[in-house]
Design a binder for this molecule. Structure first.
Ligand SMILES: Nc1ncnc2c1ncn2[C@@H]1O[C@H](COP(=O)(O)OP(=O)(O)OP(=O)(O)O)[C@@H](O)[C@H]1O
Length: 274
């Protein structure tokens, strides 16, 4: 191998820094009705700056995988590292922010105070808290809404506030569990566009759970198709779509082709016997 080729190989390796590496991951829950295998032999690498969506029918382990990454569940087999550490160490290093399906804002605190909460807990100075709140409100297009209470905002705005809270301590990784699932389609389209812009501006690594094929295809650099009983990965689709994605991209043949492959993957992994 000549020097130039070696340099190119090294550059490619540096460019693709693995953020999450799961190898042979298993998770079996012990329940009163017996063991439930939520994840079976999951192998996945997520690189820095990837936008990875997890799609699959109910119960295929999407949320469980996200929770394992966030150290909220312990695997019962295999290995997983986040930024080269255990998920627990990564959590203590503030590697991720987590966004749930429900915005989960405290109704008695203003939007700014909701966003400030994790920073207060982490002991940020008052000045630094103010600075971060201002920055993240701007990132999610909610400048001027900091002093409002959650009930004064629409559902879409509340979800943006919840994303702002997850971004407050500037974690590298954003884990989002069906964050827009409860919103109507127009609002969802708008938030999808905004999320892509935010991702492009911040270069975060995003793990995103969804039930929607168009949402997964529109947002992702990589789509992980899962199937249930036991929960496992059946396909990983690398998106050929450019990083710049106007909503109209959804009408292009490339988009429709990826959506078709996701649908086929879901169909193949689905058992119609139950
Ligand atoms: N704490 C738990 N104890 C026992 N079983 C659990 C627990 N959490 C999840 N499970 C089971 O593990 C399986 C995977 O659940 P999980 O919530 O990860 O699926 P999902 O793909 O996110 O589903 P959905 O799309 O409905 O949110 C399911 O069978 C679920 O009932």
């Amino acid at each position: 191998m000549n020097n130039e080729t070696m340099n190119q190989t090294a550059a490619a390796r540096d460019a693709a820094q693995p953020v999450v590496e799961a190898r042979g991951l298993d998770l079996t829950f012990q329940t009163n009705d017996g063991p439930v295998q939520a994840l079976k032999d999951v192998n996945l690498t997520i690189d820095k700056g990837d936008f990875v969506s997890f799609i699959g029918p109910s119960g295929c382990g999407k949320t469980t995988f996200l929770r394992v990454m966030a150290a909220l569940e312990q695997p019962t087999g295999g290995t997983i590292t986040v930024n080269g550490m255990t998920p627990d160490e990564a959590r203590r290093n503030r590697a991720y922010g987590y966004v749930f399906q429900a915005a989960g804002l405290y109704p008695w605190r203003t939007i700014a105070k909701n966003i400030r909460l994790p920073l207060e807990i982490m002991g940020y100075s008052r000045a630094r808290q103010e600075e971060r709140v201002k920055d993240v409100l701007q990132l999610v297009d909610l400048e001027g809404f900091g002093e409002k209470y959650p009930w004064q905002l629409s559902g879409g705005m509340q979800q943006r506030a919840s994303i702002a809270r997850a971004l407050a301590f500037d974690a590298d990784i954003l884990l989002m569990d069906e964050p827009f699932g409860a919103l109507d389609e127009i609002v969802r389209d708008h938030l999808n566009e905004q999320l892509l812009q935010l991702w492009a501006r911040t270069n975060k690594t995003i793990g995103f759970v969804t039930h929607s094929i168009p949402e997964a295809v529109y947002l992702s650099t990589r789509i992980v198709v899962m199937s249930p009983r036991p929960g496992r990965i059946t396909d990983v689709i690398e998106s050929p779509l450019p990083k710049e994605r106007p909503l109209e991209i959804r009408d292009t043949p490339e988009f429709i082709e990826i959506a078709h492959r996701v649908r086929e993957g879901l169909r193949a992994g689905h058992s119609y016997d139950d």
